[in-house]
Design a protein around this ligand. Structure first.
Ligand SMILES: Nc1ccn([C@@H]2O[C@H](COP(=O)(O)OP(=O)(O)OC[C@H](O)CO)[C@@H](O)[C@H]2O)c(=O)n1
Length: 452
């Protein structure tokens, strides 16, 4: 049985301090939170709350059906010819379900906590009737709202959404967002149905491994899988560096706290420390050097095989797709890394509920999915993506706009040995604030904002 951390929930404290939850969300349902906070630390009874959640045996909750593997095919770009996609998958973000009345968030946006469950149900119903059955769904995080922890409803809310998901016989890949970490700690999550790492592909030599240790279960929760030849999906952990979800004594907590409080501030184009980083907030997080190094190895593997890669994480990494306050702490590190790998087609994120879209200067498409939680009745926010030989077509539903991601041409020459051109390498030296070993060797001159 996973150990739990008794800790106050910053969402509850912040909400209570700012008064926005009490002011704008049913004061009756919030009363018990206030009382708990005054009498004893908020959510001190979380251990009791969580005992009823089923742990371990994830295969009972998720479909055991492995994605169908077609025979190896020769994908010729731009000569697709067929109208049929090779495969399709679903995407959804920020369901943030809670059994509580609608309310106004700290961002002055309406949140529809009960409606979000109906939206999830509707998305599943529509996915079930797609002409081409989905191979899988990417759930980009925040499946239940942090307020469940304050209400001692974390386990109940999780069971409610997992029950909905069971209504479709398609595997869900779950990402962890800030609200997962407000409800549960990482040790609990690692042993819960929200850990879908068991659907990951086997790690091959040279691709790096996910490190686990006895104190933390997973240093980071990231994995990749190939549902169809020549295509790879990588789930990254944008709360690998985070002040939530780990015990205060955990070295990663201390590293994250240092990062958040400015010891690793990013640098501006002149190489000076940039103290204006608005993304350095507790409800955001970042990528450790170990994770970036692992990702580099996976992407190198994909480059070499000319695979087309989709990366998915909770927090956006491009400033043009979100408020700057909602970016990953070291988004520049992640951007720099993916720009050095031509296999990357797009980066899918959630977190910023208004959504966003941008094709960056390196031809990488960035989509921030609109949040289900802020979708009123009569709308919704999810997508089905069809994957072809030369493009991916994101068919948005409700508030999500449809998009086409055309693949880039592969660079000439043997890019696999050195994915960075000399010019690119020169541009990005100094870009990474947490330097992985490989990056220390590769980068040679200061980063400029034009890279973004
Ligand atoms: N104006 C604000 C409002 C809130 N905060 C801080 O954000 C923390 C988390 O807020 P929450 O709305 O629960 O987080 P979500 O992940 O649901 O949404 C973030 C989305 O990006 C919004 O589109 C809260 O504890 C406050 O400290 C803030 O800094 N400024």
């Amino acid at each position: 049985m996973a150990k739990t951390v008794k800790r106050s929930n910053p969402l509850c404290l912040e909400g209570a301090r700012q008064g926005w939850v009490t002011d704008h969300i049913n004061p009756v349902s919030f009363r018990c939170i206030i009382e708990k906070r005054v009498v004893k630390p908020v959510c001190a009874s979380r251990v009791d709350c969580m005992t009823s959640v089923q742990t371990g045996n994830t295969s009972k909750v998720l479909s055991s059906k492995r994605p169908r593997m077609a025979e190896q095919i020769n994908i010729e770009e731009g000569k697709d010819g067929t109208q049929q996609p090779y495969f399709t998958f679903g995407v959804i973000a920020d369901v943030q379900y809670a059994d509580r009345p609608d309310g106004i968030s700290g961002w002055r946006t309406m949140r529809f906590y009960r409606q979000s469950l109906l939206h999830l149900r509707q998305a599943i119903d529509e996915w079930k009737t797609e002409d081409i059955p989905l191979q899988f769904v990417l759930q980009l995080g925040d499946i239940i709202d942090g307020c469940n922890a304050c209400l001692c409803q974390s386990s109940n809310a999780l069971q409610v959404v997992l029950k909905e998901i069971k209504n479709i016989d398609v595997p869900f890949h779950h990402i962890w967002g800030n609200h997962e970490l407000l409800n549960f700690d990482r040790i609990f999550l690692a042993d819960s149905p929200l850990n879908t790492m068991f659907i990951a592909d086997e790690q091959k030599p040279g691709m790096g491994t996910c490190i686990s240790n006895s104190t933390d279960c997973f240093n980071y929760y990231a994995y990749h899988f190939s549902p169809f030849p020549n295509f790879r999906f990588i789930l990254v952990d944008s709360y690998d560096l985070s002040v939530h979800g780990r015990d205060f004594s955990n070295p990663k907590y201390l590293e994250s706290s240092d990062y958040l409080h400015g010891n690793y501030q990013s640098k501006d184009s002149e190489g000076s420390k940039d103290y204006s980083s608005p993304q350095l907030k507790e409800f955001n997080g970042g990528f450790s050097s170990e994770q970036l190094s692992w990702l580099h190895n996976v992407l190198k593997f994909s480059d070499e095989r000319r695979e087309r890669v989709v990366i998915a994480g909770h927090i956006p990494i491009h400033p043009k797709t979100t408020l700057k306050t909602c970016l990953a702490w070291n988004y520049i590190d992640m951007l720099t890394l993916i720009h050095s790998h031509p296999s990357v087609v797009c980066y899918l994120a959630g977190h910023h509920h208004n959504g966003g879209y941008h094709k960056d200067s390196h031809g990488v498409y960035h989509v921030t999915m609109e949040g289900v939680i802020e979708s009123p009745a009569g709308t919704n926010a999810f997508a089905t993506v069809s994957v072809y030989g030369d493009r991916m077509v994101l068919n948005g539903r409700g508030r999500v706009k449809s998009r086409v991601f055309h693949y880039q041409k592969w660079p000439l020459g043997n890019f696999t040995k050195s994915p960075l051109s000399q010019e690119t390498a020169e541009k990005i030296r100094g870009a990474v604030t947490v330097l992985p070993t490989w990056a220390k060797k590769s980068f040679a001159t200061p980063y400029t904002q034009s890279m973004v």
